[in-house]
Write a protein that binds this ligand. Structure first.
Ligand SMILES: [Zn+2]
Length: 176
């Protein structure tokens, strides 16, 4: 996997726009006020801002949890952790540019960002454990793919539907 492949300027604009859209959609799904994402300690970064240990070659995003230093901790206990969504430009662009299955950058980024936000909301609001055993992690992963599907299918967007088809083996079988 060629790690020198990065989002260009227009790719970064797409990332920022879809991140905002994903925030709105996931907040609405969970009935959270949009202030959740403003006050929630989370961030997203792309490959040029990642440290070595945050880069992976299989997967579109790597979610890393950091404990904030004491002087950065607010009085709200939810703020003790920082969730960092590390986008893997090289893996994302490899699929968008080289595969023939019609997946486009914008809908793919909307899927990936929504998926990671669902993880973060479940970790922070519903006490899902970040450091779970791998058998539990698989179950949680399926649940998150299923929720992501429920959030995005209502958009009725052909580009999104193409991404949802791609991810159908990853969700719970009752939802197709
Ligand atoms: Zn996941």
């Amino acid at each position: 996997m060629n790690r020198s492949v990065r989002f260009d300027q227009s790719g970064l604009i797409t990332v920022n726009r879809t991140a905002k859209h994903a925030e709105d959609l996931s907040c609405r799904y969970f009935g959270l006020k949009n202030t959740f994402t403003k006050h929630q300690a989370y961030e997203y970064r792309t490959l040029s801002d990642l440290k070595d240990h945050e880069i992976i070659d299989h997967g579109f995003a790597h979610l890393v949890k950091y404990r904030l230093k004491p002087h950065k901790i607010s009085s709200n206990p939810l703020f003790h952790d920082l969730y960092s969504i590390c986008f893997q430009d090289h893996c994302i662009l490899d699929v968008v540019m080289n595969r023939q299955d019609g997946i486009q950058l914008k809908p793919l980024m909307l899927y990936v960002m929504t998926h990671e936000l669902v993880h973060i909301i479940r970790f922070s609001k519903f006490n899902q454990d970040f450091d779970v055993l791998s058998s539990m992690r698989e179950k949680e992963e399926k649940k998150v793919h299923t929720i992501t599907y429920e959030i995005l299918r209502q958009l009725g967007d052909p580009g999104i539907d193409c991404v949802l088809d791609h991810y159908s083996p990853f969700r719970n079988p009752s939802i197709q």
